[in-house]
Design a protein around this ligand. Structure first.
Ligand code: TXA
Ligand code: MG
Length: 327
């Protein structure tokens, strides 16, 4: 059931979290499928609803810096805690940080690892839900395992509606790509997943940050569960430049990043994500466009590309995964 995020709906959602049920909720990146991160049985139901392998850890969401210690052990590793402090100004925001975990966080939320990914999302509904619940909320993206992440409440309902009793609607996610993940544990800090907090911004803080290009990170998983094929539509999907294009038979859909460069008569469907190639607009619209064309009974989806710098690195990372099977 989709519920507008009124005060009453938020209280009901918080009650459900406290009693071990699942609640899907909006964040600025994508929608999450949440449960009480202290409750092993509640966390187990997240994996079940998504069909997610138990080896793929979740992100634990908090509502404020002062609560980080509920999930991250701030005493265990002073180097990690120092680095965490250097990243705090990105919160609330699209950044998840891998830290040593506390024993209170259910071990299945972290797939049995000694570390936990923590994030303070920048969305009023998510923050209100976490603070009303009074517990950290473990939440992966609210999609079936390996499918495209949801950026609206309707996306969640279409695919997980039977498994999730309660979907809070906070409008479309404004960023549209999953959070950047940085591990601050170990010799050097590592960028595990590209996102809206860019590698360039992080390098200013950590000159020794280990970064893999989106191409390498799509081919070799850096974080557990970050498989090469992730975020894939069911329809064969290729990067536009790599594809046979016009010579391919059948109904072809195109996702273009700007208004120029294509002849719409060549395609059964065309979605233009931004008039002028604006990366924020492309990111915000990308997952909804992939879903829409995946439902359009096409034989092939072609997707534009952009330079892998700044936010473009996160966009190309997701597209390399979405197209991995057919490139
Ligand atoms: O934007 C987001 O991060 C969204 C919203 C809901 O916050 N969540 C999200 O979660 O994208 P999910 O489950 O789709 O991706 C979480 C990824 C895992 O696949 C894994 O790669 C990484 O986070 N991760 C979680 N815990 C980790 C840990 N302890 N060490 C390394 N990587 C971890
Ligand atoms: Mg996900």
């Amino acid at each position: 059931m989709i519920r507008a995020a009124t005060k009453e709906a938020l209280s009901e959602a918080a009650r459900r979290i406290r009693s071990g049920e699942l609640v899907a909720f909006p964040t600025e990146t994508v929608y999450g499928l949440g449960a009480n991160a202290f409750d092993e049985a509640a966390v187990a139901s997240i994996y079940k609803a998504k069909g997610r392998p138990s080896s793929n850890p979740l992100i634990v969401h908090l509502d404020r810096i002062e609560s980080l210690g509920l999930a991250a052990d701030l005493e265990a590793d002073s180097r990690a805690t120092d680095r965490l402090h250097q990243l705090k100004h990105f919160w609330p925001g699209p950044l998840s940080v891998v830290m040593p975990k506390t024993s209170k966080i259910a071990s299945n939320a972290c797939a049995g690892l000694s570390t936990v990914a923590v994030r303070i999302p920048n969305h009023p509904v998510a923050l209100a839900l976490i603070s009303k619940s009074g517990v950290p909320i473990a939440a992966p993206s609210a999609n079936p395992a390996n499918y495209i992440s949801p950026t609206t409440a309707q996306h969640v309902a279409e695919q997980l509606g039977d498994a999730v009793g309660f979907i809070l609607d906070g409008g479309p996610s404004t960023i549209g790509l999953e959070s950047t993940i940085v591990s601050v544990v170990g010799e050097v800090p590592k960028l595990l997943r590209h996102g809206a907090i860019t590698a360039e911004e992080l390098r200013l803080i950590f000159p020794d940050l280990q970064i893999n290009s989106p191409k390498i990170s799509a081919e070799r998983p850096l974080a557990p569960g970050m498989l090469k094929e992730h975020y894939s539509p069911r329809t064969p999907t290729r990067l536009w430049g790599h594809a046979a294009g016009k010579s391919s038979a059948g109904r072809i859909g195109l996702i273009a990043f700007s208004n120029d460069k294509f002849d719409s008569s060549d395609y059964a469907e065309v979605l233009v994500l931004s008039k002028d190639g604006n990366l924020e607009e492309i990111a915000a619209n990308l997952f909804a466009a992939l879903r829409r064309l995946d439902q359009a009974k096409l034989d092939l989806i072609l997707v534009d590309s952009c330079p892998s710098a700044g936010l473009g690195a996160a966009i190309m990372d997701r597209l390399l995964r979405a197209t991995a099977r057919y490139s």
